[in-house]
Design a protein around this ligand. Sequence first.
Ligand code: NAD
Length: 356
Amino acid sequence: MQDFKYQANPARVVFGKGSIRKVPEELLRLGLTKPLILCTPQQTLQAEDLREILDGEVTVAGVFANATMHTPVEVTDSALKVAKESGCDSVVSIGGGSTIGLGKALSFRTGLYHLCIPTTYAGSEVTPILGETQGGRKTTQSDPKIFPGTVVYDVDLTMTLPAGLSATSGVNAIAHAVEALYARNGNPVINLLAVDGIKALAEALPQIIQDPSAAGPRARAQYGAWLCGTCLGSVGMSLHHKLCHTLGGSFNLPHAETHTVVLPHVVAYNAPKIPEALALLAQALPESDGDAIRGHNVLLQKLGIKRDLKSFGLKEEDISQAADIAVSNPYWNPREVERDPIKELIRRAWAGEEAR
Ligand code: NAD
């Protein structure tokens, strides 16, 4: 058995259908009585439902409904102003990674307590990572103070997540766990979470595509997303996250879709160096027949997701530049990150060829 270090992360997790009704008691147990609610303009109805649940139990300081993709600093500044003027003693973010990002940005700057109610599978609620954009440039920082304090997972809030977005958001979560399985600072506890998280999502996502109104698979996907997010928040990520960061940041490709297309290609690239991770992955993916790459291909086929980056706006002439950026300043990776094979990886993902 290899030596390892393991650090448990501090979040309190409340999981269950209807658990949004427990938000007042979760705040009151900490002596918090004046939360500011955060959401995107698309999720104001859910935020207003939350306000109704809180009203009477605590004093809602207000609803800031302008959370925006990639957490622009200007939006954080206007939310800070609202927070200050309202005299709130906590922030409650209800939404996906973008809204939770705003909650983290506010909490990190002010020390305000942050309770999250995630409505996608992105996993940001259990990580110490904050990505922000200023003048079109995205920067990422990691600090234990960024961890939200409480996470409330209520399947009811995910029922409106469109089937296609559920699929890509879910594969985005799987990608966190896949890279955790071969992380340099990986450990057996995180491997357990990764395998169970991938298994839960890989089983639930095709069921959600077949019947988006089925609460059972939605709850199982949410459970998987929690475990996979915990992997992201605990160990280092490698080539896959670097590539998706590059493609999203430099070529403006959509976040979850890019993760979905690129993942099997990165697993295939790293395959010669990660036999143990591949065995665990094959165990977690249904219909893999012992072959993790086959398991990925089967899953993506069942989800009916577009498999080519050209559909999302990457041009053929961008491939070389993307490869240059990806190999400059690379994250640690189990296989050496070499330009020509990386360029071929991106070309295959661009063309929509099957990973092998
Ligand atoms: P998102 O938060 O950007 O949401 C996308 C859209 O879907 C928004 O309009 C949102 O209002 C809507 N939406 C969310 N949940 C919904 C629901 N249940 N029903 C209907 N509509 C819903 O999407 P995301 O994929 O959750 O987050 C992506 C962002 O999060 C990216 O900026 C990414 O970088 C970041 N992220 C950060 C971390 C981290 O650890 N810091 C982890 C994962 C993702």
